[in-house]
Design a protein around this ligand. Structure first.
Ligand SMILES: Cc1cc2nc3c(=O)[nH]c(=O)nc-3n(C[C@H](O)[C@H](O)[C@H](O)COP(=O)(O)OP(=O)(O)OC[C@H]3O[C@@H](n4cnc5c(N)ncnc54)[C@H](O)[C@@H]3O)c2cc1C
Length: 434
């Protein structure tokens, strides 16, 4: 189903996927009314610099605005959240009660930082999460005040990037992570073991296999530190809660659309499923909020929190809303993610989940620059480069083609014999009640 000339298109979520979707819609020739709803007061902006250059003080949070690639001729409704969706009336209800009618709807409400479980502790002065540009500006200010110690709760990508910035600012940092090493869940212990050495060498105190039991106040409403699961205490004036993200789907409860594992369930064309099991061509989702079957991974449902995916899926869906699906392949963008931390340039293509094997195909851990590939059932499913990105495109092609594992042998700069290793996935510590 494609949008007619007069059709009203509404985009809910004014960020990367929403902006790229709106641009693609206009590029594909849609001339009807376009409304973009966003709960933040800001025009769409870029998040990756927030945990890197913005909190470091190298870039103002207001300098992250995304370039607008096409004249949108849109009505912007910023600073107002969508609170409900009425699919029978085809209306989006906003926080001020206004109802915005649509013929086609694009849902790009992304994710929010997972909050600290205790709201009173989370609201202590000095406790931060990092998702939006206002969070980054506030955290920047707190870091510029040079706290004696920063405590980072969680060893995922954002926690590691924030720790890296803190060390660049010569601030004392402790990182608490329930896993045996930061990033172990995504990369396995062989690779994350290399990274944790680098993180520790930069001066971060890493406490692995540990949990924060409570954030402690100083008696004046400020955070003073934390108590760990083993009863030990850490003093800190700034705490960064970096526990991952949760999809922004609360406003869709009662809409009849299906939410699973937190994501909005879609088919391969990003059409959203409703409770009658129908995929609705007039409602699409894209970006961090969407859960869809990825054809490169046996149509396993995936929900990616990757910049590249949000941009590509937004554009795919914008085109689909304008032109329909006839003759269009399912959305099959290769997952890609990058991170810069502790002087390392890290790029990941494909999905490592379920990998049984790992091989260092360029460089080595010893050289501190490498490409490692991950394999499952004899196929190459992901490739990770650390300070070695120029080799990555060849492996991207190999993953897309479902090449055998390991995919390329006898290449320049490759070890004479490729050893196949176990990636060493850590046990899930969720059941540990530290
Ligand atoms: C600090 C940080 C660093 C990152 N670094 C990297 C990186 O190095 N590499 C990488 O690949 N990815 C990175 N990412 C991830 C990347 O930024 C996201 O994948 C991308 O922003 C997703 O875009 P999106 O449009 O789907 O969702 P979002 O960017 O989350 O945007 C969703 C928008 O919808 C709004 N919204 C939510 N609910 C409502 C509602 N009910 N009504 C109206 N509006 C609503 C939200 O406030 C938000 O503005 C990073 C993310 C963060 C937070």
């Amino acid at each position: 189903m494609s949008a007619g000339q007069g059709d009203r298109v509404v985009v809910v979520g004014a960020s990367l996927a929403g902006l790229r979707g709106a641009e693609a819609l206009r590029r594909a020739g849609h001339r009807g009314p376009l409304t973009i709803v966003g709960d933040e007061p800001h025009a769409p902006y870029d998040r990756p610099p927030l945990s890197k250059h913005v909190i470091a003080g190298e870039l103002g949070s207001d300098a992250t605005t995304l370039p607008n690639l096409v004249a949108l001729d849109a009505e912007w409704r910023l600073g107002r959240a969508a609170t409900a969706l009425d699919t029978s009336a085809r209306e989006v209800v906003l926080t001020d009660g206004v109802r915005v009618a649509y013929d086609r709807l694009l849902i790009t409400t992304g994710t929010a930082a997972r909050p600290w479980h205790d709201p009173a502790q989370a609201s202590l002065e000095g406790v931060f999460t990092l998702r939006g540009r206002d969070d980054a500006a506030a955290l920047r200010e707190a870091l510029a005040a040079r706290p004696e110690r920063v405590l980072i709760v969680g060893g995922g990508f954002i926690g590691c990037e924030a720790a890296s910035v803190c060390r660049d600012l010569d601030l004392a940092v402790t990182m608490i992570d329930p896993m045996p090493a930061p990033l172990a869940k995504v990369l396995g212990l062989v690779v994350s073991g290399f990274l944790v050495d680098r993180i520790k060498a930069s001066g971060v105190e890493v406490r692995s296999n540990a949990r924060v039991r409570s954030l402690d106040a100083d008696g004046t409403g400020r955070v003073a530190g934390a108590t760990l699961g083993d009863g030990s205490r850490i003093s800190a004036q700034v705490v960064i809660v970096a526990l991952g993200a949760v999809p922004n789907t609360g406003w869709l409860k009662g809409s009849g659309l299906v939410l699973e594992a937190g994501g909005l369930v879609c088919d391969g064309h990003c059409r959203v499923r409703d409770e009658s099991s129908a995929f609705r061509p007039e409602i699409r989702a894209a970006g961090d909020v969407a859960l869809w079957p990825h054809p490169l991974y046996e149509d396993r449902p995936v929900r990616l929190e990757h910049w590249g995916n949000a941009a590509a899926q937004g554009a795919y869906v914008g085109r689909a809303l304008a032109l329909g699906d006839a003759g269009q392949p399912a959305f099959a963008e290769m997952p890609t993610f990058w991170s810069s931390q502790f002087g390392l340039n890290i790029k990941l293509v494909g999905l490592t989940e379920g990998a049984e094997s790992l091989a260092f195909v360029q460089g080595s851990l010893k050289e501190r620059r490498f490409v490692a590939v991950y394999g499952r059932a004899g196929r190459t499913i992901a490739a990770l480069s650390v300070d070695c990105a120029r080799w990555l495109p060849a492996y991207v092609e190999a993953i897309a083609a479902g090449a055998p594992f390991p995919p390329i042998e006898g290449a320049l700069d490759q070890p004479a014999r490729l050893a196949t290793l176990d990636p060493a996935w850590p046990a899930d510590p969720a059941k540990d009640k530290a």
